[in-house]
Write a protein that binds this ligand. Structure first.
Ligand SMILES: Nc1ncnc2c1ncn2[C@@H]1O[C@H](COP(=O)(O)OP(=O)(O)OP(=O)(O)O)[C@@H](O)[C@H]1O
Length: 255
């Protein structure tokens, strides 16, 4: 096994406020399976961080530990200045999960009202209708989620995130199955969140989308974070994110 522990940082950034700081996090589901190994990284305000890694490398586990859906076993996680377990951290974060388990018995509009209720935010009905039109779902907010296609369920989750505009948005593979028009809109909408000073953790196997949209990239291999680097530096040094990923994955394969 090649030791690959270097993390690259962009020295030109200077001092920035951090939305997320993860320090020395380990996680094991049981005594035989150590899934996360001493993971440390940060996401600055106004930054979109892409999270990549092979299947089973621990990306979803890391996200669940960050959001306190799995209990932190060791290390420290802060969202802003608060512990990730605090109520204020939870109120300032939104999670779009990789599955599309949504309450089938609600309409899209009722689901969004429910989400706004959780965050104690008033819902802007005009904004809701606008988002449904933008994401090619005109008038479908009145239909039961049960009747939505797979892509429509994903788009409903995206609309929730773009209406609620939390300080920290976490997206785990939510874009699978979403059409190209919606991806283009998503890229524009997610950049707007970042320009407002919000932060995004975007886990995806779609490297070309990440090349468009992410500022920074984190690569997780076998539960270890082997790279945190600005995307433009990766493209400068390696050509593409895919090239960087395959270089590291090959280097870590047993010879
Ligand atoms: N509830 C669980 N109990 C035991 N092991 C689990 C559990 N959930 C995940 N694992 C294991 O933890 C490891 C990491 O899984 P995880 O889902 O975090 O990977 P991932 O990087 O998100 O993968 P993918 O790209 O395939 O979605 C895998 O070996 C997986 O089998």
């Amino acid at each position: 096994m090649v030791a690959l522990t270097s993390c690259h940082h962009d020295k030109s950034i200077g001092i920035r406020l951090m939305t997320l700081s993860v320090a020395n996090v380990n996680y094991a589901y049981n005594s035989r399976t150590q899934v996360l190994n001493d993971v440390s990284f940060t996401i600055a305000e106004d930054q979109i961080m892409g999270l990549i890694g092979p299947n089973g490398s621990g990306k979803s586990t890391l996200i669940k530990v960050i959001l306190d859906l799995l209990q932190l076993q060791s290390g420290r996680i802060r969202i802003g200045s608060e512990s990730s377990q605090s109520r204020s951290a939870k109120m300032s974060s939104i999670y779009l999960s990789s599955n599309d388990y949504l309450p089938e018995f609600l309409t899209g509009e009722e689901y969004l009202r429910f989400m706004h209720g959780l965050y104690r935010e008033p819902m802007d009905h005009a904004a809701l209708r606008t988002q449904f039109v933008r994401y090619s779902m005109r008038d479908r907010h009145r239909d039961l989620i049960e009747d939505y296609s797979h892509g429509m369920r994903k788009k409903l989750q995206l609309i929730a995130a773009f209406m609620l505009r939390r300080r920290f948005t976490v997206i785990d593979e939510t874009l699978n199955g979403v059409d190209i028009d919606a991806i283009n809109l998503f890229e524009r909408d997610i950049r707007k969140l970042a320009t407002e000073g919000r932060s995004v953790l975007l886990c995806s196997h779609d490297f070309s989308m990440l090349e468009h949209v992410a500022d920074e990239l984190a690569l997780l291999i076998q539960g270890a974070l082997v790279v945190q680097a600005p995307v433009r530096k990766i493209i400068q040094d390696h050509g593409t994110i895919a090239d960087l990923a395959s270089e590291f994955i090959q280097a870590m394969e047993p010879s």
